[in-house]
Design a protein around this ligand. Structure first.
Ligand code: 4G1
Length: 246
């Protein structure tokens, strides 16, 4: 899988050469080509931004510079993604879809963004990583590269458990490793019991509990068994017991 990143700040991508993604690059499973948009400025001062028509705070990336940068990498079998807070939110389903591509061009905005005529003229999909204000699309681009790369064959260990996370639409149960006691806290006894049926039941219940507490909306689309639903009703009933303010 080839990622081509159009950015004013290619140096921001240095940390991506670490850990699992770093190894995937070394093994030639993925390739990340960084293109500095500033290299396409024809201005003697390498100017890349200008003030917005109609007024207002901040600067916009100049259209000609971004257009030339994109044209230098565009190709028939590449899909272009513009990292933008106006885009549809990146989901695990979208990540899996993008992983089927062989060539992704990722455009990162900076300052207040890019002249709309460029966005309308390059065929691109706008994708956002979430609802908050950032200084640029570089970190979102790294989020996308990281999440998509995990699906490229050979990047993760075969049958790695993380290969399946999110598949059941619930949050993960808590996990523990050695030592058996740490800070005076023992690992839950069930996990050292060797009883796999009990372990599975405990993990399922912990997942349901944390999902109900932090992301209750996920329970709507989760595949819940009758046993799950009874368990959830039990926790809700218990929490209501503490809500007696009379
Ligand atoms: C209005 C967030 C502006 C931000 C409303 C998620 C955010 C790219 C993303 C902004 C960006 C909100 C993203 C904002 C992003 C031009 C350059 C846009 C930086 C920019 C909620 C600044 N996912 N933000 N504007 O953050 O690029 O992909």
């Amino acid at each position: 899988m080839k990622f081509e990143v159009l950015t004013l700040f290619p140096e921001m991508f240095e940390p991506i050469n670490t850990s699992i993604i770093g190894r995937a690059i070394e093994k030639n499973l993925i390739e990340i080509n960084l293109i500095n948009i500033r290299d396409f400025s024809k201005d003697k001062h390498k100017k890349v931004d200008d003030t917005p028509y109609g007024g207002g705070a901040g600067m916009l990336m100049k259209p000609d510079v971004v257009w030339d940068a994109w044209n230098s990498v565009k190709s028939k079998n590449a899909k272009t993604i513009y990292m933008s807070p106006k885009g549809k939110t990146l989901t695990q389903a979208k990540v899996e879809e993008l992983a089927k591509e062989e060539h992704l061009i990722i455009l990162c905005g900076h300052y207040e963004g890019i002249d709309q005529r460029v966005i309308d003229s390059i065929e691109c999909e706008e994708i956002s990583i979430g609802d908050y204000v950032l200084t640029g699309g570089e970190i979102p681009a790294m989020v996308l590269i990281d999440s998509v790369s995990r699906y490229v064959s050979g990047v993760l260990k075969q049958g790695s458990k993380t290969e399946e996370s999110f598949s059941n639409d619930l949050l993960e149960y808590p996990q523990y490793t050695r030592p058996e006691e740490f800070l005076g806290i023992k690992v839950p006894e069930v996990l050292t019991s060797g009883n796999h049926q009990n372990i599975e039941k405990w993990r399922r219940q912990k997942s349901l509990e944390i999902t109900l507490k932090n992301r209750p909306e996920l329970l709507k689309k989760a595949n819940l068994t009758e046993e799950d639903k009874i368990f959830l009703k039990e926790i809700e009933a218990k929490s209501n017991e503490n809500m007696n303010f009379s």
